[in-house]
Design a protein around this ligand. Structure first.
Ligand SMILES: [Zn+2]
Length: 120
């Protein structure tokens, strides 16, 4: 099977994935307690409660995005191992390197990603 990426690029992307994995895992750990149901302050005004709930819902949404990225990163590690990393899962064309640098966990090329988002 032909590698989509040459060896140095493959190793660089694996390092990028490892760094990203570490960074996002740390982020999840650090936001863990803040995402728990905060015992709302007894005397907090209605407005500050709403503020707090709003902030918390944003934080939770961000954490969901982060968790999904971490899962995608795990899949990307597997693709690095089996040599399919850097190839679009949809059209089997190489994924552009600038895209991989921006999103090392990307499994689709930009065109397929855009097509997927348009249809969903
Ligand atoms: Zn594609």
């Amino acid at each position: 099977m032909t590698q989509a990426l040459d060896e140095p690029t493959r190793l660089a992307m694996r390092a990028a994935l490892e760094a990203l994995d570490e960074r996002l895992s740390t982020l999840l750990t650090n936001t863990e307690s803040a995402a728990q149901q905060v015992p709302l302050k007894e005397n907090a005004s209605r407005l500050s409660r709403m503020d707090e709930m709003h902030n918390q819902s944003i934080l939770r949404a961000n954490r969901t995005v982060t968790k999904n990225r971490l899962m995608a990163i795990q899949k990307a590690f597997a693709r690095i191992e089996d040599g399919t990393y850097g190839t679009c899962l949809e059209c089997l064309e190489p994924i552009a390197l600038p895209r991989l640098h921006a999103y090392p966990e990307a499994s689709l090329c930009l065109a397929c990603k855009a097509a997927g988002e348009a249809s969903s």
